[in-house]
Design a protein around this ligand. Structure first.
Ligand code: XIL
Length: 479
């Protein structure tokens, strides 16, 4: 596993690098209506919004124009669906799905089995407690529920959050307060996914989890759980990271490596319920611009991992967000966490999302050695370049003079999107540099052997090196 270290000295360095960041401009967008959906279509990506059955027409119009995917915010949860044992009311779910399909939206089913908030009907726990064999009873109920609900919409919903939040709120073990865990242990996941798969073999089945972006130990628990499921042959196709960034904005490096870890399991991954509240940026000179930067980071991280296929925001606009009534966040209302403001106008975050979707993402691994002078580069284009600088033996590139770091034939200074991130990239116990730079002039294309960087360490040691790894391009967008 990669070790991540952020020593004190690097913070100052990161801060100075961030000063050179290309901040998205504040103010009204100059983009044409529908630009977000169009940018997503162009690169085969999904941008979605949570839609409730009673969402008004103006918001639905925005959703249909700007998004390519819709997630049912509440209407498919077991609680709202089933007021009494065995009784189902599909009218609200039908209303959302019957609207989304002709609007050309992909539909995500959310969620079959969730034991928090309104996820599970109150009668279920009572019934299970009273049953002579609680485990057999709950299993039977789960299988019937999956058959009834997934089966009803088979062929219409492309993805299902089959299980939501199986882990303890702040830890990586199964949630001891969860009825399914208490009654069936880990086997409830197998029962859930197998039943959902039997009911709709074409649906992509996701495990959806919360707060893992902010809690590395919880993320490890999630990965271990999914690995065990895969080892048991459970039909799981994707992992959803909810992306409620309530405590801190996304760390693009940490997030990207999480997305890559999930991709390495052979699964797809989506950010399924994103909110980035404006209160996180209260002390920034321009909070909307800072929020836009955070959204840009989020989109870049996902777009730069091939297996990351979509980002859904948990609502359409700031005038209608669950955070304004959720007990942990209502005191910050208006939370303003979304891409559109309360009057339905696109925010700077919208522009940042569109811009990130249009970037060419190029990964370059560069091995540098002290004193190596050679670097060359190609004609110009725009893009994001993720550079892993691997220190050679006896040489550590850990501390770099940022002003000297260059990319290209003349060592043109890099515009730093995020600043450096220190990782033991080559897992030799030494600290190397993994950085993510935004550059205006690289001209790199897939398979290009000429990707090079040069710079100087704080000790004055010059270094330069050229790509020895692969150059990977995800998007098909023109630069
Ligand atoms: C929320 C809805 O947005 C609210 O309207 C409802 O009152 C409670 O549930 N994680 C999830 C979502 O997986 O289903 C939750 O949705 C938000 C947290």
């Amino acid at each position: 596993m990669r070790r991540v270290r952020r020593p004190a000295r690097s913070l100052a360095l990161a801060t100075s690098l961030l000063a050179g960041t290309l901040a998205p401009s504040a103010g009204a967008t100059h983009l044409a209506p529908g630009a977000l959906a169009e940018a997503a279509h162009r690169v085969g990506f999904h941008v979605g919004a949570a839609i409730d059955h009673d969402l008004d027409a103006a918001r639905r119009e925005i959703a249909a124009r700007e998004f390519t995917s819709a997630t049912l915010e509440n209407s498919l949860k077991w609680g709202p669906l089933s007021p009494a044992p065995g009784v189902y009311d599909f009218s609200r779910a039908d209303a959302v799905i019957d609207w989304a399909e002709p609007s050309g939206l992909r539909v995500r089913g959310h969620t079959l089995f969730w034991d928090r908030l309104n996820g599970t009907p109150g009668w279920l726990a009572d019934e299970v407690a009273a049953a002579p064999d609680p485990a057999a009873h709950l299993r039977q109920r789960m299988e019937t529920h999956a058959q009834t609900v997934v089966g009803r919409y088979a062929g219409r919903l492309s993805q299902w959050d089959v299980v939501n939040e199986p882990l303890a709120a702040l830890r990586g073990d199964l949630d001891p307060l969860n009825l399914f865990v208490q009654t069936l242990g880990e086997s409830y996941l197998d029962i859930a996914f197998r039943a959902a798969h039997a009911a709709d073999p074409d649906a992509e089945l996701f495990l959806n989890e919360t707060l893992v972006e902010l809690l590395p130990a919880k993320f490890e628990g999630l990965i271990a759980l999914v690995e065990r499921m895969l080892a048991r042959g459970v039909p799981i196709h994707g992992v959803g990271l909810q992306g409620h960034f309530l405590l801190a904005p996304p760390d693009p490096f940490a997030l990207r490596s999480q997305l890559e870890r999930i991709a390495a399991l052979g699964l797809r991954v989506e950010l399924t319920e994103v909110d980035i509240p404006i209160s996180l940026f209260a002390s920034a000179p321009d909070p909307l611009a800072a929020q836009a930067q955070a959204y840009g980071d989020l989109f870049e991280a996902c777009v730069s991992v091939r297996a990351c296929t979509g980002i859904t925001t948990w609502g359409v606009d700031d005038g209608h967000t669950w955070l304004d009534s959720f007990f942990l966040t209502q005191q910050n209302a208006p939370n303003r966490p979304l891409l559109f403001d309360a009057s339905g106008q696109p925010k700077p975050a919208y522009d940042a999302a569109v811009a990130a979707l249009a970037l060419r993402i190029i990964d370059v691994d560069v091995d540098v050695a002290p004193g190596d002078p050679g670097y060359r580069i190609n004609p110009s284009s725009r893009g994001v370049v993720a550079v892993a600088i691997l220190g050679a033996d006896g040489f550590d590139v850990f501390d770099i003079v940022p002003a000297t770091l260059g990319f290209g034939p003349a060592g043109a200074p890099l515009a730093h999107a995020h600043g450096p991130h220190y990782e033991d990239v080559n897992e030799d116990g030494r600290t190397d540099l993994l950085a993510h730079y935004r550059t205006q002039q690289t001209g790199l294309s897939a398979g290009d052997p000429d990707a090079c960087v040069s710079g100087r360490t704080v000790d004055g040691l010059a270094f330069a090196g050229c790509d020895r790894g692969s150059v990977v391009e995800r998007s098909t967008a023109s630069p």
